[in-house]
Design a protein around this ligand. Structure first.
Ligand SMILES: Nc1ncnc2c1ncn2[C@@H]1O[C@H](COP(=O)(O)OP(=O)(O)OP(=O)(O)O)[C@@H](O)[C@H]1O
Ligand SMILES: [Mg+2]
Length: 265
């Protein structure tokens, strides 16, 4: 099982939307998918439960992180839902070691049962976020193309406690940054300039596609994506022209991400 962590300290950049749609896609491609929602906002739990595509565990991610996970339901696509107590874990420092170890043990236990585990994290890093990065294999970081978000890349990489480089060097050498995934990309001169700036300064962090027409993976801003999330739908199955077009635009980026995780789709 490969574990992919959706991570960005910024809120509202599309972690949950990308995580949920990628989970549907991989499940539809026959991959066995385990989804863990570490965010008390439950913005991926709600759509995925609504979709009816996944079996819903009877325990929550707080239970899992405290080493009290219950029985895993049968099925090739399972979600362990988020819950309100997740936000209180940070205030219980005596449990922080237990949390990282419990997640590691949980992932080891289900290693053979799933091909991929997708972990959606909360904005504003804390022990949940740290535990995910300490145990994960891959990090994918959706961002928005504004100056503030681009400035935030430094923190994603170099934050003294939660930065990717710090965690990789000190605790989890196998952690691989798939890259930053510009999301909600709009064809405005402002965003084009920001994308060009990103490609100039952070080319190695972007996800190269090998396609000259679309050199780097990214996701356009499309209302059909927000609608699909609100309805708990897999964008590829929404029978509206706009949704079909949006899916056609997104799929190549999802394929590159799957390839980087060595998941054949
Ligand atoms: N490419 C897109 N086009 C249009 N809307 C999008 C796109 N990506 C995400 N959205 C919408 O933007 C909002 C924020 O996205 P999402 O909840 O995935 O962000 P997030 O990073 O998980 O936020 P948080 O940090 O609060 O967890 C949601 O309503 C989502 O449906
Ligand atoms: Mg979210």
């Amino acid at each position: 099982m490969k574990t992919l962590v959706l991570a960005n300290q910024k809120g509202g950049v599309g972690k949950s939307a990308v995580g949920s749609q990628l989970a549907y896609y991989l499940a539809e491609k026959g991959k066995r998918v385990l989804f863990l929602d570490f965010d008390h906002q439950k913005n991926s739990t709600k759509p995925i439960v609504k979709s009816g595509r996944a079996a819903v565990a009877s325990f929550h991610t707080t239970d899992l992180l405290l080493g009290q996970a219950g029985v895993m339901p049968d099925g090739n696509f399972v979600i362990v839902p988020g819950d309100d107590s997740l936000s209180s874990l940070e205030r219980q420092p005596d449990k922080h070691n237990i949390i990282a170890n419990a997640l590691k043990a949980f992932l080891e236990k289900y290693d053979a049962q799933f091909d991929v585990c997708i972990v959606d994290t909360n904005p504003n890093p804390d022990i949940r976020y740290a535990a995910a990065l300490i145990t994960g294999d891959f990090v994918l970081s959706p961002i928005q193309l504004n100056q503030e978000a681009i400035d935030g890349i430094g923190s994603l990489l170099n934050h003294s406690r939660y930065g990717y480089r710090k965690i990789k060097q000190a605790i989890n050498p196998k952690l691989e940054l798939i890259g930053i995934l510009p999301n909600m990309v709009e064809p405005t001169p402002f965003q084009r300039a920001n994308f060009a700036q990103l490609a100039k300064h952070f080319a190695q962090l972007l996800i190269a596609t090998g396609n000259p027409d679309m050199p780097y993976a990214h996701i356009p801003k499309r209302s059909s994506i927000a609608e699909a999330q609100a309805e708990g739908a897999f964008l590829a199955t929404v029978k509206k022209t706009a949704a079909r077009e949006a899916w056609r635009e997104i799929k190549p980026s999802f394929d590159v991400i799957a390839q980087r995780m060595k998941l054949e789709v």
